[in-house]
Design a protein around this ligand. Structure first.
Ligand code: ATR
Length: 263
């Protein structure tokens, strides 16, 4: 039986197994998708198992998306540019790393009917997912991307990877059309960012990469300000769908049963 895995630390919260196992069943494919908490020292062993066909595909989540790169034989162009890998598989005896987060974000924005062309986008955070978001935004021609992270040096590091990024001190809130929470603040229901959004005007777009809880304090504030809001659920589903398609050659369907996974 084919075996798939998501690895990270922590990993308990991951809904990838439910989603992938649902799609495996729906498509009459035999296989099982598990989750496993990993330490850095386990990565080499994981690669060996992929080489030996003991594991047929792996999703990588925080904090290994960059670290896994040194173990791989080949990167897709988007993984190369973002220096972030969330999907790994064996192709012609080579271990390939790909990034499906960037496309996941792009498709989620399309569903939200938000056109970034000529818009000012303000991103909070500089963790694992931020390079994928910037890559996607630049592909669809966001005109102005501003980044702020509590630890400013990490935002400066990301600035070196892309053209035309502006970095602000943590606490500064510029004029923006869309604001993205890409920090881990909000994963716990009453987690709140120490930022003052009181001067933000209505009609902006508040986007949170977090999908569990469904409405973070960040999104609640946006909603109360009269802004459009969207959580990271669609991005999560789209990134999973692209990984599924890579491994199985089938684009999985999005139906109502999927929503039950997120209840
Ligand atoms: P990683 O950094 O390992 O990739 P992540 O969950 O992707 O992990 O990133 C966590 C992000 O949330 C970081 O941008 C982090 O900011 P720092 O770089 O300063 O640590 C941000 N973050 C976490 N707790 C925060 C807090 N209380 N206030 C503001 N930002 C916070």
């Amino acid at each position: 039986m084919k075996k798939y895995l998501v690895i990270g630390k922590p990993i308990n919260h991951s809904l990838s197994p439910q989603l992938h196992n649902y799609w495996l069943k729906e498509n009459n494919l035999t296989g099982v998708y598990d989750k496993e908490e990993f330490d850095n020292r386990d990565l080499a062993g994981l690669i060996l198992k992929i080489k030996n066909n003991e594991i047929n595909g792996v999703n990588i989540t925080v904090p290994f998306k960059k670290e896994i790169i040194s173990y791989l034989d080949k990167l897709s162009p988007v993984a190369e540019k973002t220096q972030s890998v969330n999907t790994v598989y064996l192709e012609k005896n080579k271990i390939v790393g790909h990034n499906t987060d960037a496309n996941g974000f792009k498709l989620a924005l399309k569903d939200a009917e938000f056109d970034v062309l000529g818009k000012k986008i303000f991103i909070l955070g500089a963790g694992g997912v931020v390079s994928s978001i910037i890559f996607a935004l630049q592909e669809i021609n966001a005109s102005n991307i501003i980044l702020s992270n509590r630890t400013k040096s990490k935002a400066e590091d990301i600035k070196k990877m892309f053209n035309n990024l502006k970095v602000l001190d943590w606490g500064e809130i510029p004029d923006f059309d869309m604001i993205i929470n890409a920090t881990s603040v909000g994963l716990k229901i009453d987690d709140d960012l120490d930022l003052d959004f009181s001067k933000v005007e209505k009609g902006k777009f508040f986007y949170d990469v977090i999908y569990n809880p469904k409405e973070t304090m960040f999104l609640k504030k946006g909603r109360e300000l009269g802004c459009k809001t969207e959580n990271g659920q669609k991005m999560f589903i789209y990134q999973a769908a692209e990984a599924f398609e890579l491994w199985h050659g089938i684009r999985p369907k999005f139906d109502d049963k999927i929503n039950k996974i997120f209840k």
